[in-house]
Design a protein around this ligand. Sequence first.
Ligand SMILES: Cc1cc2nc3c(=O)[nH]c(=O)nc-3n(C[C@H](O)[C@H](O)[C@H](O)COP(=O)(O)OP(=O)(O)OC[C@H]3O[C@@H](n4cnc5c(N)ncnc54)[C@H](O)[C@@H]3O)c2cc1C
Length: 254
Amino acid sequence: MKTYDIVIIGAGIAGMTAAIYTKRALCSVLVLEKKIQGGQIISSNKVCNWPGEAEITGADLIEKIYHQMNNLGVEVRYENVVNVAKNDKFVVKTNEAEYFCDAVIIATGTEPRKLSEKQISMAGERPISYCATCDGALYTDQPVAVVGSGNTAKHEINYLENIASKVYHIHHDDPIPEDAVAIFVAIGRVPDTEIFKELVGLDPDGYIIAEENCHTSADGVFVAGDCRAKNLRQLVTAAADGAIAATEAVKYLR
Ligand SMILES: Cc1cc2nc3c(=O)[nH]c(=O)nc-3n(C[C@H](O)[C@H](O)[C@H](O)COP(=O)(O)OP(=O)(O)OC[C@H]3O[C@@H](n4cnc5c(N)ncnc54)[C@H](O)[C@@H]3O)c2cc1C
């Protein structure tokens, strides 16, 4: 079982930025990621508000940041964190192992809100996707349905209209047409924080409560990015949180 100064949970923009800052402060750092590095922006084909890049795809932006982190020698393991407990040190438990550390940075972001039970039963055997950019091409020239009504739904509909033969726009619990071969879901996002509810304070929507200094209610536990209770969830604010959480964690260790 290995011991680190800091374990960072999540390799989205917030987690990777925190890793760059903590590694440059000469801490021993482990990043744990349950899927692939990059987080939610990986599915976007156009980012136009990241300073220094007039236009870039999410995947290209992530590749650049990942290389920067990798070149510093940050250790990344692809494991799902299932629990964090505090004994003498923090014990971060994944589906594969346990890691000890003196500080934790939670950067688990958000995940798509799931369809209601009623809509899942209406979908039947048809595939359900949460990312038109990732899966849209599978349904070229076929009819599909998009469930949702906000900006994300509009974005998914615009994207699919160039690919599918027809795009049905479904609101809330409206019926899903029989001929739609796949269902795309765009009904918002929820924080990925369930496993931390015994460790740190959450707001009623499940976001981790912390002021701009990214300190949570637990000593030695910091939060960065979209899973923090805040007003603006964007790439630059996730990166800013990553830098602040890292700096505060280093201060705490010293
Ligand atoms: C389609 C789309 C387009 C967007 N476009 C823009 C844009 O143009 N400009 C902009 O500024 N913002 C945009 N955003 C918002 C932006 O992507 C987010 O604000 C930002 O990516 C949040 O980064 P994050 O690191 O906080 O979280 P995330 O990107 O959600 O990353 C969290 C990471 O933690 C991992 N994780 C979660 N739980 C665990 C666990 N238990 N164990 C291990 N790992 C875990 C996840 O797998 C994920 O990789 C967009 C979002 C979407 C969905």
